[in-house]
Design a protein around this ligand. Structure first.
Ligand SMILES: Cc1cc2nc3c(=O)[nH]c(=O)nc-3n(C[C@H](O)[C@H](O)[C@H](O)COP(=O)(O)OP(=O)(O)OC[C@H]3O[C@@H](n4cnc5c(N)ncnc54)[C@H](O)[C@@H]3O)c2cc1C
Length: 516
């Protein structure tokens, strides 16, 4: 277990929400105190329920096309991503990486600072500052300037083309449900009574717990476990499956397990939490792995065990919209619900619960709803990334998926330790793995494990979307030295496997003969 010396702790208990200038700025942008809902228009072209990524993108896109738009939010504009998701998690990860680098400074020929003190309160102040700055883009002011009517309140559908926000009635030609998702609560006896953190309150901490248990080895659990560990919190992560990030390929997940072990995280794979109880202020957690029972004692528990769509309280039955409490609003490939006037986008209806997908699906829904478009969700190429160190990014088909579909697949892999820039940066853990359809250069998918995998995956996504094959990628000059050169090396490996075409072979032989 990790017990980083010099970590400043101001108590063992979970601290309370900070209220500072940054928070005032954020809340002033995303939930102005003096806000008065506008008088509604007689009928809107589009009413959007939920102002997270999907709702905001839809509102700005539709308003830019001249539509009369109302956007309704029950809590904070910006939704999960800005307030309790991508933005604060990436901000805290950045600082935690810096601390990890300071502790490894000697690896780079530098001195390890004598006193590496984590001032957690300062770290979280920076997180709040980042969040406040980014909140300007999601502000109520920006929406109203774009011509969007912004309403705060809980929505209830009253019919096929009408809904209520508190006591105001909004009529619509089309509506978009973009109510997102919330953390799932695992059914663990004693957990609720003991108290636990989720992404909804973890970023409000102003003091670190001394000992933390993270339940869940998906992207959220992995990112948070690494961040808190590197900020000096003694950390255990419990994952009921044999590897982290079960969706990813085994070798990628294994690299992450190794990185966690190096960080000093106590990794408990194949392990389930049986129950939680509180004794003397500490949380006692019973675990089982196969038949082996054990107990960990911690000060806080953070759950990252999945997210459930927000469909509650909307009275979707009144609107004729089908939904399922776990899978969310049911949509067809055009993002249309059973009620032809009503569409859905983002986490409330999608299997891929990512910010980029919420954004892309909102654009499709607006185009289909307002312009009679026929854009399909299934046509999207969706990349994703887990922002641990190293990052793990993926796009397209995994090898196992290609095989399930009887697509013959060949894989080209370049380990990062063969890439000059990765060696220079001492960031050699990872690989670039590109899957192509056998005997062709058509890219089916790719997994990248590297410090900058999230940036690198875009090149492969572009190639898939534009129909660019590995042969062309091999001709693309990549600036030297960059870690993205691994992609060109994989493409070179492909080219080497292909013998030169007959004409080329004949021409080479002819030139050789002439030179004799
Ligand atoms: C910790 C964490 C880190 C993440 N990191 C990443 C990342 O790095 N990259 C990435 O791509 N994705 C990331 N995600 C996922 C990403 O945040 C979501 O996929 C994205 O925010 C979904 O957007 P959305 O608009 O569908 O929903 P949300 O952002 O959840 O917005 C839905 C909005 O609807 C409102 N609402 C709900 N019900 C009602 C109602 N009845 N009436 C009115 N309003 C209502 C909610 O208050 C909310 O504001 C992360 C998620 C978490 C939790």
């Amino acid at each position: 277990m990790n017990d980083t010396p010099g970590v400043e702790r101001r108590g063992d208990n979970v601290a309370t929400l900070a209220s500072d200038a940054a928070e005032r700025e954020r809340l002033g942008n995303v939930r102005p105190l003096d806000w008065r809902n506008p008088s509604p228009a007689p009928r809107y072209d589009l009413v959007i329920v939920g102002a997270g990524t999907a709702g905001l993108v839809a509102a700005h896109t539709a308003a830019a096309q001249g539509a009369k738009v109302a956007l309704v939010e029950r809590h904070l504009l910006g939704g999960t991503c800005l307030n309790i998701g991508c933005v604060p998690s990436k901000a805290i990860l950045r600082t935690s990486r810096l601390y990890a680098q300071m502790r490894q400074a000697d690896q780079y020929g530098a001195q390890i600072p004598a006193d590496i003190r984590v001032d957690f309160a300062n770290v979280m102040e920076r997180v709040r500052g980042v969040r406040a700055r980014i909140s300007r883009a999601d502000s109520a002011r920006r929406l109203t300037a774009a011509g969007v009517d912004v309403f705060f309140g809980q929505v209830r559908f009253k019919g096929a083309d009408v809904l209520d926000v508190e006591r105001t009635t909004l009529r619509f030609r089309k509506a978009l449900i973009a109510t997102g998702a919330r953390p799932d609560t695992p059914a663990i006896p004693g957990l609720v009574a003991a108290g636990y953190l989720t992404n909804e309150n973890a970023f409000d901490l102003t003091e670190p717990p001394r000992r933390l248990l993270v339940i869940g080895g998906g992207p959220l659990g992995c990112e948070m476990a690494q961040a808190f560990c590197r900020l000096g919190v003694q950390n255990t992560i419990v994952q009921k499956r044999p590897l982290f990030l079960p969706r990813e390929e085994r070798d990628a997940a294994q690299i992450l397990s190794d990185a966690f072990a190096r960080d000093g995280i106590a990794v408990r794979l194949n392990t389930q939490v049986l129950d939680v109880r509180v004794e003397g202020g500490a949380k006692i957690v019973d675990l089982v792995s196969d038949d082996y029972h054990s107990t960990v004692v911690v000060d806080a528990i953070l759950t990252g065990t999945g997210r459930v769509p927000n469909t509650d309280g909307l009275d979707l039955e009144a609107a004729g919209v089908d939904y399922d409490a776990r899978r969310g609003v049911r949509v067809d490939d055009f993002l249309r619900t059973r009620n032809r006037r009503i569409y859905a986008a983002g986490d409330v209806c999608l299997r891929h619960k990512f910010n980029d997908t919420a954004d892309a699906s909102a654009r499709i829904a607006v185009r289909n709803a307002l312009r009679g478009g026929r854009q399909r969700l299934s046509a999207l190429t969706i990349p994703w990334c887990t922002y641990t160190d190293p990052e793990i990014a993926h796009v397209g088909l995994y090898v196992r998926q290609a095989r399930e579909r009887n697509i013959p697949v060949k894989t080209f892999t370049i380990p990062m330790h063969d890439v000059d820039r990765a060696i220079a940066d001492d960031e050699e853990a990872g690989f670039v793995k590109i899957n192509v359809r056998e005997r062709t250069d058509r890219i089916l998918g790719a997994t990248i494990v590297a410090r900058h995998a999230g940036e690198m995956i875009s090149e492969i996504t572009l190639a898939i979307v534009a129909g660019v094959g590995l042969r062309t990628l091999a001709r693309v000059i990549h600036a030297y030295p960059t870690q993205a050169e691994a992609i060109r090396k994989a493409a070179d490996a492909y080219v080497r496997t292909r013998s030169a075409p007959a004409g080329e072979r004949w021409a080479t032989a002819w030139r050789r003969w002439l030179r004799r």
